[in-house]
Design a protein around this ligand. Structure first.
Ligand code: MD3
Ligand code: FE
Length: 226
């Protein structure tokens, strides 16, 4: 019965959950077979708002290339970090968050207990081999009770996850293509970063040695007036 060798086996799930810390839940493989269309959605955003290397307030060019979509986009220059409604490169508003990406973020948040998450900002990070993100907190969003949802595509990265203090010990967690993480509760303010990306063969359907990470955020106050 050779065909049974390739039969579906429900005992080997392709999606599963891993609690990571108080309020942080990894949804492994959450993007499922939607990866290819999500990559096309990113391509659409990038055609309107190209990747660029932002400069930190300290004057360093970031090794991670970034762009944004949604009503607000994250921005950094000598004057500091902030959210802006327009892309300074094009002078235009940021492109809208593509429907499939927005829907994935909503479903992931709901699956982790955050019903009604309505992201108005999505930061797209692109890593080449060697790119890294040093340890930081995400605290430029006024309402820290809103979770952040992250989606990883392309090459696997080693994510560093610490605690509320910069010198708290860090765990190392691999984030692979299709993994989604919901960060809420206490973990929302935990220090985190990404180790220098190792060169690897790109996973299907990617043909380039890049990692893409999308973070969906709520920046404006939640709409509770409707
Ligand atoms: C934990 N991005 O964009 S995703 C970032 O892989 C960022 O590009 C990393 O850190 C990346 O700010 C990590 C996982 C992540 C995103 C946001 C968080 C973890 C988080 C916010 C609070 C706590
Ligand atoms: Fe972050």
């Amino acid at each position: 019965m050779i065909r049974d060798l390739f039969a579906d086996d429900d005992s080997l799930p392709r999606q599963w959950q891993e609690p990571l810390a108080p309020g942080a839940l990894i949804l492994r493989g959450f993007a499922g077979d939607g990866v290819q269309s999500l990559l096309l959605d990113i391509r659409d955003v990038v055609s309107a708002a190209p990747f660029r290397h932002l400069v930190t307030p300290g004057g360093r060019s970031m090794s991670v290339a970034m762009t944004c979509c949604g009503e607000r986009g994250w921005f950094s220059d000598a004057r500091g970090y902030r959210y802006v409604t327009h892309d300074e490169l094009t002078g235009q508003r940021w492109p809208a968050i593509p429907v499939r990406l927005r829907d994935l973020a909503r479903r992931a948040a709901a699956g982790a207990g955050y019903d009604g998450f309505e992201p108005d900002s999505c930061l797209i990070n692109r890593y080449a081999p060697g790119s890294r993100l040093s340890l930081h907190q995400d605290k430029d969003e006024p309402d820290l009770t809103q979770p952040i949802v992250s989606l990883s595509l392309g090459l696997t990265a080693t994510f560093l996850f610490g605690g509320l203090r910069r010198d708290d010990a860090c765990r190392r967690v691999p984030l692979r293509q299709g993994d989604v993480v919901v960060w809420g509760g206490p973990s929302r303010l935990y220090y985190h970063g990404v180790l220098p990306l190792k060169d690897q063969a790109p996973p299907w359907p990617l043909r380039e040695s890049r990692r893409y990470n999308l973070t969906f955020r709520r920046v404006a106050p939640a709409r509770d007036d409707l």
